[in-house]
Ligand binder design. Structure first.
Ligand SMILES: Cc1cc2nc3c(=O)[nH]c(=O)nc-3n(C[C@H](O)[C@H](O)[C@H](O)COP(=O)(O)OP(=O)(O)OC[C@H]3O[C@@H](n4cnc5c(N)ncnc54)[C@H](O)[C@@H]3O)c2cc1C
Length: 317
């Protein structure tokens, strides 16, 4: 797996991550944003934004985010689509693991927002890592010629189901309210190894010591549930909890699940900052997230400059 070195690695390309990247790039720090999907964050799914200062009139969250992202990229930020599944925070170099490679930063910024959810499906927590996954890009290859289920209807679910169709023999796509007129939905349904269970809920994930063996699907129109034999279940449903699962408990969180920070957005781990909704701020607004990003970036610039005397900076050529 390839390794890429940066001054600043930012996980999450929402309002917080983009604003932070804009400032760190302008400070001439080699910066990368790792974002699993630009269409699924809180800002990206917001229909209209009318209260972002300086942006008059209604604009969609996705449009505002695109401007933010392009502004950061124009100042030199690298933007990489990648789902982070783990980090290693000990020492001066912070390692970030993705299916696209390992990204190493002298400073790490956590900006994954709060669209996460607690494992709530029956059997989900029990079989997590033993057939239940949240990352097809990471795990699809384990399911070559096997049957899998994908749960959820959002851009991430559709993208990840497409990845799975290249490996699995059958992808059972379980949705309650999929929009049949949606272009992406239509494309996914045209793939021969996709079986769509619409107007359906996943009632349970079942298995044995070897892992997942089947799911129980309840269709709205039918009394009795169906049992479908699968080896893997990929869950893509959004909630409202800070997304911190990839941290493996290495950073201190508040009792409400938000990452704990000081006034400069620094976490309890030196060299690691947390910004935006991942802090579970009481005021979850795009401007608050962007402001956090600015504060963290300024502090990171100071932090890395202090270290310059002892460590060589990256080559910016
Ligand atoms: C329905 C709705 C309406 C809203 N309306 C408004 C409004 O009118 N005005 C306003 O100011 N605010 C509004 N907000 C709030 C605002 O959108 C958020 O406060 C803001 O987007 C938070 O920014 P963020 O960068 O912290 O998180 P997000 O915008 O959620 O971005 C997080 C990013 O992290 C990425 N990510 C997550 N996990 C990983 C991972 N493991 N690896 C890599 N990337 C990952 C996601 O793909 C996403 O792009 C609204 C929110 C919602 C949900």
């Amino acid at each position: 797996m390839d390794t890429y070195n940066f001054d600043v690695v930012i996980i999450g390309g929402g309002a917080a991550g983009c604003s932070c990247a804009l400032y760190t790039s302008r400070a001439d720090l080699k910066t990368v944003i790792l974002d699993k999907n630009p269409a699924i964050g809180a800002l990206a799914i917001t229909h209209k934004i009318a209260n972002y200062p300086g942006v008059a009139g209604d604009i969609s969250g996705a449009e505002l985010l695109e401007v933010m992202r392009e502004q950061a990229v124009a100042f030199g930020t690298s933007y990489q689509r990648a789902q982070v599944y783990g980090v290693e925070l000990q020492g001066e170099e912070k390692k970030v693991y993705t299916p696209e490679g390992t990204f190493v930063g002298r400073a790490l910024v956590l900006a994954t927002g709060a669209m996460g959810r607690t494992a709530s499906l029956k059997g989900e927590a029990e079989f997590l890592g033993r057939g239940v996954s949240y990352c097809a890009t990471c795990d699809a290859a384990f399911y070559r010629e096997r049957e899998v289920a994908v749960v959820g209807f959002n851009p991430e679910a559709i993208d990840e189901a497409q990845v799975l169709t290249k490996f699995a023999s059958t992808v059972h796509w379980i949705t309650y309210n999929a929009d049949p007129t949606d272009e992406q939905t239509q494309y996914l349904l045209s793939v021969p190894n996709v079986k769509h269970w619409n107007r359906s809920r996943l009632a349970a994930i079942e298995g044995d010591a070897s892992g997942v063996t089947q799911v129980v699907v309840k269709q709205k129109s039918e009394q009795s549930p169906h049992t479908v034999a699968v080896d893997g279940v990929f869950v893509y449903e959004s909630g409202s909890r800070p997304i911190t699962d990839f941290l493996g408990g290495q950073v201190k969180c508040n009792p409400d699940g938000g990452v704990a920070v000081d006034d400069s957005m620094a976490t309890n781990v030196e060299g690691v900052w947390a910004i935006g909704d991942i802090r579970n701020t009481p005021f979850k607004q795009a401007i608050v997230a962007a402001s956090d990003g600015c504060v963290a970036a300024m502090e990171i610039d100071r932090f890395l400059n202090r270290r310059k005397s002892v460590r060589k900076d990256w080559d910016h050529t």
